[in-house]
Design a protein around this ligand. Structure first.
Ligand code: URA
Length: 239
């Protein structure tokens, strides 16, 4: 158990003195109750919110990796191949949030925070996962409408929340399509296109919510800021 002001300050959002002021001003809740008592002790099990935003304990780690092609999205690979976790040096037991295929590139989040991982993955939270797919063939608007209305994949109806044709190139017989989904079923994008008669040649996850690979070369990573983690919680709770 730690003193509330210490827990707030350790999360990195402000100094201990500022934390004390926030508590005295009634801006802090513990498990939903406003707490104005400075000495209040809390543990990891308590949910602390400051100005309505959940506090992120500092021992939790959150990374954004620009996943390269040819790396498996697991913590350990039975064939001894390099995994996404090998690209991030940390003492913490982090794991990828959801899965990108061996040949898929782009935004991948990794963490040791199970609650955060579930929040990002759960379709009910409607966190956008935006992919750019290079498709073999010339994609029609009928196919786009079918993807938006829902197609049957592995006996489940799966609909994209948004689909946009970016380019159709008759010379190379290929198309680029941006598709936004909220779930993260195995090979979902590839299977959805397959269901409407197309093969995905290349796939990149361009975004998870507002997070992109901007500033990161393939294989590079960065830590998410406290603000970004909080913003994701705010987005999820709005749904
Ligand atoms: N959908 C796929 O088909 N593959 C991925 O890697 C991610 C989403």
């Amino acid at each position: 158990m730690e003193r509330l002001q210490k827990v707030i300050a350790n999360s990195g959002i402000c100094s201990r003195r500022k934390a004390e002021k926030l508590i005295l001003d009634g801006k802090v809740t513990v498990d939903g109750q406003v707490v104005t008592e400075l000495g209040t002790k809390v543990s990891e099990k308590n949910t602390v919110e400051v100005n309505g935003v959940k506090l992120v304990a500092s021992e939790k780690e959150y990374y954004l990796l620009n996943k390269p092609r040819g790396i498996v999205t697991t913590t350990i690979d039975d064939k001894n191949r390099k995994t996404v976790v090998d690209l991030i040096p940390t003492q913490k037991r982090i794991y990828p949030i959801g899965r990108l295929d061996y040949d898929t590139t782009g935004v991948l989040l990794l963490t040791n925070d199970g609650e955060f991982a579930n929040m990002i993955m759960h379709p009910k939270n409607e966190i956008d996962k935006v992919y750019l797919a290079k498709i073999e063939g010339l994609v029609t608007s009928d196919a786009i409408h079918a993807l938006e209305n829902g197609v049957i994949v592995d006996n489940l109806k799966m609909a994209a929340s948004k689909v946009k044709i970016k380019k159709v190139d008759s010379k190379t017989n290929s198309s680029f399509v941006e598709i936004t989904i909220h779930e993260g079923k195995n090979h979902q994008v590839k299977k959805m296109f397959e269901a409407v008669g197309y093969r995905v040649d290349k796939l990149k996850r361009e975004k998870i919510a507002f997070l992109t690979t901007d500033g990161l070369n393939s294989g590079e990573y960065r830590k998410l800021s406290h603000k970004e983690v909080s913003k994701l919680y705010v987005l999820a709770n709005k749904k």
